[in-house]
Ligand binder design. Sequence first.
Ligand code: AMP
Length: 747
Amino acid sequence: MNPKTLRETAVADLDLDGARAEYDALAAELKRHDALYYNEDAPEVSDADYDALRRRYEEIEGAYPDFATAESLTRTVGAEPSGRFAKRRHAVPMLSLGKAYTDEEVAEFDARIRRFLRLPADAPLAFTAEPKVDGLSLSLRYENGALVAATTRGDGQEGEDVTPNAMTVSDIPHELTAEGVPAVFEVRGEIYLTHADFAAINERQVAAGKQPIANPRNGAAGSLRQLDAEVTRSRPLKFFAYAWGEVSALPARTQHGMVQKLADYGFRTPDHMRLCHSVDEMLEQYRLIGEKRAELGYDIDGVVYKVDDLALQERLGFVSREPRWAIAHKYSAEVAITEIEQIDIQVGRTGALTPVAKLKPVTVGGVVVRNATLHNEDFIKGIGPDGTQLRGGTDIRVGDTVTIQRAGDVIPQVLEVMLDKRPADSAPYAFPTTCPACGSNAVREHNPRSGREDVVRRCTGGLTCPAQLVERLKHFVSRNAFDIDGLGGTFIEVLYEAGLVRSPADIFTLGEGERKAKTREAIERRRNELIDQRFAAQNKVRATKAKKAKEAEEEAKVVTNLLAGIEARRTIGLDRFIFALGIRHVGETNARLLARHFGSIEALRDTAIRAAGGDEEAKADFIAIGGLGEVVTEALIDVFREDHNRDMLAALLEQVTPEPMEAVATASPVAGKTVVFTGTLEQLTRDEAKAMAERLGAKVSGSVSAKTDIVVAGPGAGSKLKKAAELGLTVMDEAGWIALVGGGGEG
Ligand code: AMP
């Protein structure tokens, strides 16, 4: 949801139902963004847009306090751990921070604290002020001086165990040997990447055929949360300490005293930290750090003020997920002025034409920006969602001087056009009505939901469009799909251009005979180009022969790794397999629903083919999957209606074996249990009941013994029921069984 499309209604004017509906929708949206941000390291909205959603959510909750539950987002932080690492509970929760955006809000923060503590306005009250670094927080547990655990924040209560990874970070001591270190000491701080290191990682990333990382924060999070700690070691992560969790005995009585101790014990601590004695001094420090922001060499997004006296911190305590004694004073997004040299059109996997502004490179807060998204045709024309005006209706043209904004986490945006700098001979941008990749018509469909023209213009070429094909292949190997080690988007392009990979199945035959040599050649060619570009960019002469030979040595390794990565994916979870197919509207959640429901790709395919042939029962089977809906069902059926899609799948299945979803078995309440059905079942046939149980990971047996876990008995059950009673087993009727497995195990 874009905050611009948030309902315009003031919260006070919402009725109860409206408020409830919007509150629930916002919760779902925010959770999704949290998961994208914290677990996927791939945010979709800017921090400012996220904050706007969040404020609206909090406003509604403020007006309707009954809506809040323990799971309310105002009481939790971040996202649940991703499941890739073991979880660990924090002895002391890791919290979030309240936010201030204006000087007045900072003054109010000081006043609020004084009211709470009953301190007169002129009583002394000191605060520390230090930069809020944009990385990810980490808790390090030391026992008797030895580092025993490193845990990410996760949802604040429970985080991910990344101990081996943290051990590879040079700023993190394995041993605290200084005098006076508490026996139990949880040190908390931030893991981050400097701009320079981030740029170097991206250079390597691109040279290895992978997608560049969006920004330093994502780079830091992705580097730390590697399953292989050796990868983390190869990334120059930095850590600084600014807080603590469980401590057996506090070694100081003030915030600045504690930070001094952390420095004494061997940690890097915040740069530019100052002890302030008034709101004016706090704001002065905020301005000072703001002026230095671009030269710090790493991303910050605000200044954190903390009450200095720890006894006062203790008295102030917490409100839900935020300490009352601290606040983050945020900086606005960083803005720069540059020129649009060109407008490129990218064609996505589903044919969407997305315009991208190619900018005269400009440094925004330390990061060089070359591209900015222009969203869609209407955005360029100055028309916003809902037909409202953007930028006062000014359009965007090639040659325009514009202000752009880099808001921490997303692709830079164009804010305003400086009309006084517009060249006299400029012309409005003519958005293409044919696909730049394949020449097919590109159309804006009628959107049945809004009743208006879709904002997105799409290529109608389908799989005849090379751009769509390449994007689908990229999707196929992407992180939440096949996630093939060593095969990123750049290599897909290279292999496509070389004619080696035209469909997913082709990936799995790259190692065969001549194809292997050709793969190697193609990759070598591309890497040489990249090396030359890099040298050119660094204003050096072309790469020397010796340099190239050295890189060529690595070549062989790249191809070996690539082929090993491919081999490792010959079996894959069914849910990932379905997601990888890139069917419109079938994202990860729907892929999981389908995997659970059908249990095999063959069952899904056959049902879809029957539905495509007009079999209403088969169609009903899809609709019956809670949460799927008509639009998705139609999209699925459409795919299997087409011969070439069926052929593509058949070819792929010759190479790859999808495995039923493991999560089903472990998540279901009957996983691993032995079940016996006896007597007459009324709602289910015996076969259905058996299939259902097996799908949920249970074993179905014909006879009752001490090894039986559950006996489902219908009317007319006889000796088996009696035996179950004698053995004291769990007995239930059919309704009880259905309730236990959740209405058919389709959820
Ligand atoms: P937020 O997640 O935006 O509510 O802000 C809280 C987070 O800010 C913490 O979990 C830390 O990751 C981060 N942070 C960065 N620098 C600091 C700092 N100097 N003091 C406290 N938190 C910080």
